[in-house]
Write a new protein. Structure first.
Lengths: 468, 527
């Protein structure tokens, strides 16, 4: 130990007497010029010098956590997804079609007549009486100048996209009479070819009035047919024998078929990944398949409490939205087994058709009670042009929420959704039933000879067989 | 027609290298190993996030080279001691504005003075023992308020900005506006001797003469917790700016560390053989300096709880203060000494020294300035200590040159980011770490939350059967069957485990034998 203070006392006594020029070293004292730190005029912006030294910014992690918590709470505060309801139909809306070139135009077909909507003004632009009976399917041609509709009166009609001028009557460009009712229609992405399904899958050329090729595989009816948007020669259809059939347009016979436990209502190809498609099934689930490996689905998406009626992918290919008989719409990430968002309204009844707009921002749902509703795809997003600082703040909040998403308090707040009582009760009941089934299966396996009851994973459970 | 001009090649291609110590200054955490190869997506995510944090570290280090100001320094010639230099010498040698920072306020009537500088370093609060309380902007000498509270003043402290301050008076705690208007008289906080303000939590921690450590949330005005420390009179208090832990020094030589989440101290350290007179913690939360009645000055590494240095001071040190750049000021009687770098190589003599006019009652370094404020019996002295203050402040955190609008914006953002007291702990970055709690701990937590053990086997109750099949004998038989089944399960499991262990052992022995057997070709000739 060093007696440190002792030296100073002696020197202090001496110092007071002697003059001050004894000091010969160097000295600098911190003195700032305020002109460097204060703005010159009122019209300038304030000067903000930065120093990123971590010791000047303690508590980095707790402060970021608090900001993430605030951001999550604010997201729930601003989550108001419902935008508008388009009414005008006089019967339940059955199908919808997106315009490939115009974001503000949308077509919908109801159980009598069709309508063309302008979405920016949220009003109906044109009505035409298309079919006697239900309009089963509609699709806009890839160039955007005409569209096709099929209906219960066994006809396929092609119409012009532009409104007929004053005095002209609404007349289809082309009418094709078929032998049986058509249930769905889809158009090729590049060529003048379209496909319909009903009793069998027919591929038509626009110039001919009889199909150039027909596929059938011993099934009595098909409910949906879709062209692959990337690999444009492939198509898939949902059949009433609980199967999904894959076709190649260039071949004479269908490619493969996968038979599941229950029937699929519709399917949608992933616009970014050429080989994946998602089908909406009657057993309250959606299944994403890889076209090359149909023996078990890639993912099983479970969250609905009643039959899923329609599915549509976002143009980014990362999420899809599903419409169900249980009066809700759910948005799923493409690889997750559960939904990230659920939309419901007291006034919205069974949702028949759903579309995700091509600018990735809006969702359109068509339901039984003659209304089409416009929703935001991200419920808490601010629409319109954002200032650069707003954009930076939104990006920062988003990243913070991602960083702390696994912390229990934050997860609890971000997952919280209000559900109608019927759906909440129904989902609890389904969970109890599933748990009971699982427990019974475990007991049977426990009390039987080991190996006599093989473990079947959840994914394998729903596929019966793949037929080539 | 045009010949291509031969281009000179750049002898130092690429961007300039950043010095290693600057990179280490901005390093946060260690890089763990990547997840194993089959988990491609996780590997990709980890690699990308590590690349982003590397980029941030490099950009920070580059920016650090461009900071506008440099720290002050005082260097003597080879045979000259810097501690012989007086304040008047320094004032003569530097410019007028720096020289104006050495001044004295003669206030001999109202007793020894305690002082506090606000977080930006712009405003000074003085509290005399006999009741004189004044706050002023010390650089422009503009008086904000001056009053006498007509009571003993034990301690004064600025709250989050220069708009509010707290005064611990004889009986209760009072909160005043910077114009001198009394805003609150908080009777729950009685006999307060010392106060510390935790700026990022908006908590005022007070230590009382009755042994209570109380926390007051000044943003909502509620008492967070009142801890009975059971350690007698608490008049030595410091706070660790890195993790917001309160250090209390006691008369039995121990220093205890407290958070508002626990009724017991987190850590108890025996530091001195007599009572502890003063405690100071540096801004990075690595070193703690304590002085005691045994006339020793000790330096501890507070992260590992190890003693680093121990010095002997002939008169002890009654007040300690650490500056932003690591200078330590120790005051005894009327002499104030400043030491540089006490935790490195053992210090032999002080860096600077000064004799105040009266006995020293409080010392405090001014943030972002090369100034040490000394409160003593005859008033207040502000002395110049070159190299004490951090030269470059961050405009978004504590800006001494902020306008009223900037202060308002900062206050709102600080209130929104206010950290809850539940997050105060020894390691502030605990939230960002992976929770490796053991399975047993999680199970115990779950049992506690649910009220029962979800994994415990339910007692088998046989179903009631009709037609005489539920007689007591038959019920007992059914129960015995299930019990035998369970026993067989357990036996089967243990037999399987034992067989697995035996198999592994046999394989190991076989491998060893095979390896030993390959030793040499001449082994076959051995008998």
């Amino acid at each position: 130990q060093h007696p440190v203070g002792e030296v100073t006392r002696k020197h202090m006594a001496v110092r007071n007497i002697l003059p001050c020029y004894i000091f010969g070293g160097r000295i600098k004292v911190l003195s700032r010029n305020p002109d460097d730190y204060v703005r010159e005029t009122k019209l300038d912006i304030q000067r903000v010098p930065r120093n990123y030294d971590p010791s000047l910014h303690p508590f980095e992690v707790p402060r970021e956590y608090t900001r993430a918590l605030n951001a999550t709470k604010l997201e729930r505060v601003f989550a108001k997804p419902f935008l508008a309801s388009l009414d005008g139909h006089r019967d339940g809306v059955n199908c919808m079609a997106k315009h490939p070139k115009s974001l503000s135009t949308m077509l919908s077909g109801s159980c009598d007549g069709e309508v063309v909507w302008n979405l920016t003004k949220r009003e109906c632009v044109r009505t035409l009486q298309a079919h006697e009976g239900f309009v089963r399917g509609m699709v806009v041609r890839f160039c955007g100048t005409s569209f096709f509709t099929v209906g219960d009166d066994k006809t396929i009609k092609q119409w012009k996209m532009e409104t007929p001028s004053y005095g002209e009557e609404e007349e289809p460009l082309n009418t094709i009479l078929g032998k049986s009712v058509f249930t769905s229609i889809d158009h090729h992405q590049k060529e003048g070819v379209f496909v319909t399904c009903g009793q069998q899958v027919d591929i038509w050329d626009e110039q001919r009035s009889s199909p150039i090729r027909s596929f059938s595989w011993g099934v009595d009816s098909f409910s949906c047919v879709r062209f692959n948007p990337v690999e444009t020669e492939l198509l898939a259809s949902c059949a009433s024998d609980r199967s999904i059939v894959l076709y190649d347009m260039r071949e004479a016979t269908p490619l493969k078929k996968v038979i599941m436990n229950m029937r699929s209502n519709t399917l949608c190809w992933n616009p970014m990944e050429a080989y994946n498609f998602t089908c909406s099934n009657e057993d309250y689930n959606l299944y994403t398949y890889d076209m090359r490996y149909l023996d078990k689905p890639f993912t099983v998406h479970m969250d609905h409490v009643s039959a899923v009626l329609d599915v549509d992918y976002s143009p980014t290919g990362k999420e899809f939205v599903s419409a169900s008989f249980d009066k809700t719409i759910r948005i799923f990430p493409k690889d997750s087994g559960h939904s990230r968002e659920v939309y419901h309204t007291k006034r919205m009844q069974h949702v028949i058709s759903i579309k995700w707009s091509s600018d990735n921002k809006y969702i359109l749902s068509a339901s039984d009670e003659m209304n089409i509703r416009l929703w935001k795809a991200n419920a808490a997003e601010k629409l319109g042009l954002l200032a650069p600082r707003e954009k930076a703040a939104v990006n920062y909040s988003q990243k913070l929420k991602e960083k702390f998403q696994h912390h229990p308090q934050i997860r609890r707040i971000s997952r919280h959704r209000h559900l109608p009582k019927s759906i909440y009760g129904q989902s609890k009941e389904l969970r109890v039933m599933k748990e009971a089934r699982r427990r019974k299966e475990r007991n049977v396996r426990k009390h039987s000879k080991p190996g006599s009851m093989p473990v079947v994973t959840e994914k394998e459970k729903h596929v019966v067989t793949v037929v080539n | 027609m045009f010949n291509s001009i031969p281009q000179k090649s750049d002898p130092f291609p690429g961007s300039a290298p950043v010095p290693e110590e600057k990179l280490n200054k901005f390093k946060r955490g260690v890089k763990g190993e990547l997840p194993p190869r089959p988990q491609y997506k996780l590997r990709d995510v980890v690699i990308r996030s590590e690349a982003a944090s590397d980029l941030a570290q490099k950009q920070n280090a580059r920016y650090d080279l461009m900071l506008p100001e440099d720290a002050g320094f005082l260097e003597g010639d080879e045979d000259e001691d810097t501690c012989t230099i007086s304040q008047d010498d320094i004032v003569d040698a530097v410019d007028i504005t720096a020289g104006a920072k050495y001044f004295s306020l003669t206030l001999s009537q109202f007793g020894p003075y305690r002082l506090d500088y606000s977080k930006t370093g712009r405003h000074l609060l003085l509290g005399g023992r006999r009741g004189h309380v004044t706050c002023l902007d010390w650089q422009s000498k503009q008086l904000m308020c001056e009053m006498n509270v007509m009571e003993t003043v034990n301690d004064v402290k600025w709250l989050h900005s220069e708009a509010l301050f707290a005064v611990a008076q004889k009986k209760w705690l009072y909160i005043y506006d910077n114009k001198g208007i009394e805003l609150h008289c908080i009777r729950k906080f009685n006999d307060v001797l010392r106060m510390q303000f935790l700026p990022y939590h908006f908590l005022l921690a007070t230590a009382s003469a009755t042994g209570f450590l109380q926390y007051l949330d000044v943003s909502v005005g509620k008492e967070v917790v009142a801890i009975c420390t059971k350690a007698g009179r608490l008049d030595v208090m410091a706070h660790n700016p890195h993790n917001a832990i309160i250090h209390l020094g006691h008369s039995n030589g121990t220093v205890t560390l407290w958070t508002p989440n626990q009724r017991e101290p987190l850590v108890k350290m025996l530091c001195h053989q007599g009572g502890v007179r003063s405690v100071a913690v540096d801004k990075t939360g690595t070193y703690m300096v304590t002085s005691g009645m045994d006339k020793k000055l000790k330096v501890y590494d507070i992260r590992a709880y190890r003693p680093l240095q121990s010095y002997f001071l002939p008169a002890g040190a009654s007040c300690l203060s650490l500056s932003q750049r690591g200078l330590l000021s120790a005051a005894t009687g009327d002499i104030v000494q400043v030491y540089r770098d006490v935790w490195g190589i053992p210090v032999t003599k002080p860096y600077m020294a000064h004799r105040a006019k009266g006995s020293v009652w409080g010392v405090h370094f001014c943030p972002f300035e090369d100034v040490l404020g000394v409160g003593h019996g005859e008033g207040f002295t502000s002395m110049v200590v070159p190299g004490a203050g951090e030269p470059n402040f961050d405009g978004l955190d504590a800006n001494p040159y902020r306008s009223a609008k900037q202060r308002q914006e900062w206050e709102v953002k600080a209130l929104l980011e206010k950290i809850q007291p539940e997050l105060i702990g020894l390691d502030p970055s605990q939230l960002s770490q992976v929770d490796h709690s053991t399975w047993e701990q999680r199970h115990v937590d779950r049992v506690q939350v649910l009220g029962f053990d979800p994994l415990a086997k339910e007692k088998f109750t046989p179903r009631l059967k009709t037609k005489g099949r539920s007689s007591s004998g038959k019920v007992e038989k059914r129960k015995k069957q299930v019990a035998h089944e369970d026993q067989r399960d357990v036996i089967r499991q243990t037999v399987e485990d034992r067989m697995k262990i035996d198999k592994e052992r046999k394989e190991k022995e076989k491998k060893k034998a095979a390896a030993a057997g390959q030793k040499s070709a001449l082994d076959r000739f051995r008998k």
